[in-house]
Ligand binder design. Sequence first.
Ligand SMILES: C[S@@+](CC[C@H](N)C(=O)[O-])C[C@H]1O[C@@H](n2cnc3c(N)ncnc32)[C@H](O)[C@@H]1O
Length: 325
Amino acid sequence: MILIDILKQHKKLNLTPFFSELEKLISEQKELFANPKGNSLKYSLALNNLPSIEPSYCQLDSHRVAVNSNCPISDKIAMELKSNLMELGPWRKGPFDLFGVKIDSEWQSWIKWNRFIDKIEPLKNRKILDIGSSNGYYMFRMAAHNPKMVLGVEPQQAFYFQYLALQKYLNIENIFCFPIPFDALPNLTNYFNTVFCMGVIYHRRSPLDMLKKINEMMRAGGELIIETLIIESDEHICLSPVDRYAKMRNIFFIPTVKVMESWLRKVGFCNIKTLDISTTDHQEQRKTEWIETESLTDFLDSKNPSKTVEGYPAPVRAIFSARAI
Ligand SMILES: C[S@@+](CC[C@H](N)C(=O)[O-])C[C@H]1O[C@@H](n2cnc3c(N)ncnc32)[C@H](O)[C@@H]1O
């Protein structure tokens, strides 16, 4: 079971000092899995009903993370695979190709990946944390760079179960995920060499507290890659939406570049660089058959797409790197 493997490898991963905290966390999670209810029951059934297929090879270093078999699967198995994968939707991050079943996710996640991968420290041999790892798309892309390990934390059950479904076939042994929010992760002090925190900070009521805890978990000299919605302005200001932003309920603070830089400095990061600033467009985020919900077109003012439906500036995202001291 994927949850337990991280402890089996604790010596190799230098996790022994945190063994008892991780063990406690895992026993709580096992409890949750022993009696699935509501959505977790639905997702557990879909996961258990995925057909057994022997994978022959996987491809992690291309836009579409893929796994395939030397013997082509029958149409019946392909339909079984697709219908159970669809039960695990909405598929926001991707794309993936599982034995020819192409998961066309809402986001073309490789576009973001390409914006930063050549601008950050090489990931080889690093211990990496991915906060808000969703279904693991970026963790699988990282795995192609031979890190020592990648740990994801993802509190939304649908995305966590998607990760388990993908791991069933990809079976990458040094990537792990906990179905918990970052706050619930024991403080693995001075542990990680690289931390990714992408698309999460604006969901936090207290972004500075989150950045401080991230900093504590990093080794001196480690690299943080943080991606956030931003407001384009030279001023030192932050948007705190009255209610929703682009129809999202849980958006608390959208900083300008200056504010993001000052938050990072305040909690002890240095060498802060802006790696990219991009406006989200319909190539990157759009509705597909793999999501039932709305997408970018529905979030923007149809008469003035430079504004959200609430009248705020349309989504622009920035990626920063920063060094832990
Ligand atoms: C906008 S998505 C970004 C996913 C991915 N990191 C990316 O950049 O494409 C935000 C993800 O963070 C997760 N999330 C929200 N709050 C979180 C928290 N406190 N700790 C960890 N993950 C969180 C959400 O469930 C969601 O999967």
